[in-house]
Design a protein around this ligand. Structure first.
Ligand SMILES: Cc1cc2nc3c(=O)[nH]c(=O)nc-3n(C[C@H](O)[C@H](O)[C@H](O)COP(=O)(O)OP(=O)(O)OC[C@H]3O[C@@H](n4cnc5c(N)ncnc54)[C@H](O)[C@@H]3O)c2cc1C
Length: 507
């Protein structure tokens, strides 16, 4: 940790988040000269007292150090799009669920001509990410009563109990989660990847360093312009790797003049490379949270679980298939049981449509790096209405489960969406009126071959048309895997680091 900004580095990683830390650590471990520039604070190594309690506490989601993004006036009320602004990035905030998705997700990337991204090629990287992130599998006997009730009930709707969720060949199943939690601590990517490399003389990590834009000379990235402690600096680099996440990597590109003419010209940003796909193809899995009034027995049992010392909000998960999916799964069920809220008679489970058709965008409104971007997910906007239909089917399965003999004695009346949306028509209307996200935005700097006009980076994460510039985070996923995206983000970091190392060794 340092407060001094170097004037140059061989590799500058922009964003010390989930994927960025993987890239930085791998390059530094190989002896290369690496500088990480993180817009938020660097709290130092694991165990440092500077780490805020909410970012460490794995029983619930982190809240402090948020970028403060939301849907603005897109919907009748703002939908928050949380992202952590601190070393560790959104791995500081998340629910610690580690899922991989299905083989088809990654094979479909490879089928787009993206060499190196098939499930078989990524599988060892998932294993390595799992090891580094200290992922462990909950046992069924560790589940709190609310989590266990859904796990036990799953077979009533034909969803088998399975040992874990991360078999890439498996379709439906309900299982205790795999989580990156050790001794109650959320193991973020800074702890898992940066810390072992922090002592290396060739790795520098600078917090409170907001990268404004990439400097480009004759089609080659030469460094970045960065705001540090209120002053503007330039840092020169051989290679710049953007890892600002799905909302911010495209905004850095846009401020650097890389993006669609139509967007840059009105903002007086000189166009360096016309790439129409920058900021487009934004998608996340739409989400519906359902709540029931728990029985007195459930209230007592959950209070007892909390008193016993460990009652995290999330612990189990189901994979299910809607009528739109015939080979794998396209729904998640996520029991959610926040004992800290004090609302002891209300328990929830969410469903999410994992393969959404709708696409939105991220756009800059000004060249000021502190200005919030416009983020419009255009949730549930697909003209066929498939996204809403998948969520409706998910909700119907959950209602069937709630009424099953295993669950019925434990849950009372449905509170949300509630009796006024019991008909399918009313449920559709409810979901359209209450769009929500699953915290997994991807796609705004999508990988694609050079002939794909919407592609932003190639299969080696190189920005099309610009030398010495890469993107390594969830933004490069051309299509979302049917997974929560923390481990896929780690895998993106591992994959891009592998490409960079191969090239460095052959120089
Ligand atoms: C509340 C919440 C709960 C979640 N729960 C889960 C879960 O349980 N399981 C799961 O798998 N996934 C979960 N996710 C999603 C997962 O955490 C993210 O998909 C993943 O962490 C994103 O990784 P990333 O590297 O793309 O971006 P991030 O981890 O967000 O990293 C981006 C980094 O870049 C920095 N940065 C951005 N702009 C700049 C700039 N201009 N200059 C310098 N630095 C910059 C940011 O501050 C940040 O540190 C959750 C996410 C949230 C927000």
């Amino acid at each position: 940790m340092t407060d001094t900004l170097p004037r140059e580095a061989e590799y500058v990683v922009v964003g010390g988040g989930t994927a960025g830390n993987v890239v930085a650590a791998r390059l530094a471990e190989a002896g290369l000269d690496v500088l990480v520039l993180e817009a938020g604070p660097d709290f130092g190594a694991e165990g440092s007292e500077a780490w805020p309690a909410d970012l460490i506490d794995a029983t619930r989601l982190g809240r402090s150090h948020d970028w403060g993004y939301d849907s603005g006036s897109t919907y009748p009320w703002p939908v928050r799009f949380e992202r952590a602004r601190a070393i560790g990035g959104s791995s500081d905030f998340n629910g610690c669920t580690q899922t991989w998705g299905h083989r088809r997700d990654y094979d479909s990337w490879a089928e787009r001509g993206l060499a190196g991204w098939s499930a078989d090629e990524l599988s060892p990287l998932f294993d390595e990410g799992t090891r580094r992130m200290r992922v462990r599998q909950y046992r069924p006997d560790e589940l709190t009563p609310w989590q266990n009730a859904w796990y036990e009930a799953a077979p009533f709707v034909g969803i088998p109990q399975v040992p874990d969720l991360n078999n890439l060949d498996e379709a439906v199943g309900f299982a205790p989660e795999a989580v990156n939690i050790q001794d109650g601590v959320r193991v973020n990517s800074a702890f898992a990847y940066l810390d072992p490399a922090r002592g290396l003389h060739n790795l520098t990590v600078v917090g409170d360093a907001l990268v404004d834009r990439v400097m480009i000379d004759n089609g080659r990235a030469t460094g970045v312009v960065v705001r540090h402690h209120g002053a503007v600096h330039t840092v020169y680099a051989h290679t710049v790797i953007l890892a600002g996440g799905t909302y911010n990597s495209p905004t850095i590109l846009l401020r650097s003049g890389i993006g669609p003419y139509s967007q840059l010209a009105p903002l007086d940003i000189d166009v360096v490379e016309h790439l129409p796909g920058v900021g487009e193809n934004l998608h996340d899995q739409p989400f519906l949270l359902m709540s029931w009034e728990g029985s007195d027995e459930m209230t007592r049992a959950m209070a007892a679980a909390r008193a016993a010392g460990w009652a995290p909000d999330e612990q189990a998960m189901g994979k299910a298939a809607s009528s739109f999916e015939h080979e794998a799964f396209d729904l998640h069920f996520l029991p959610y049981s926040p004992t800290h809220r004090g609302d002891a008679k209300r328990w929830s489970i969410g469903t999410s449509a994992l393969q959404p058709r709708s696409r939105g965008f991220v756009r800059v409104q000004s060249a000021d790096p502190e200005a919030k971007p416009v983020i419009d997910h255009r949730f549930l906007s697909d003209s066929e209405g498939v996204d809403v239909a998948m969520l409706v089917e998910g909700a119907e399965i959950l209602r069937e489960l709630a009424a099953s003999p295993a669950l019925a004695p434990l849950v009372g009346p449905e509170i949300h969406p509630g009796p006024e949306s019991f008909s399918r028509e009313a449920l559709v209307a409810h979901i359209y009126r209450h769009p929500d996200n699953y915290w997994h935005p991807v796609g705004t700097c999508a990988m694609g071959v050079a002939s794909d006009r919407s592609a932003v980076v190639d299969a080696r994460a190189r920005v099309h048309g610009i030398e010495g510039l890469r993107v390594a985070d969830c933004s490069i996923m051309p299509q979302i895997p049917r997974a929560t995206t923390a481990m896929p983000a780690i895998v993106v970091g591992e994959r891009v680091a592998g490409f960079l190392l191969e090239e460095a060794m052959s120089r």
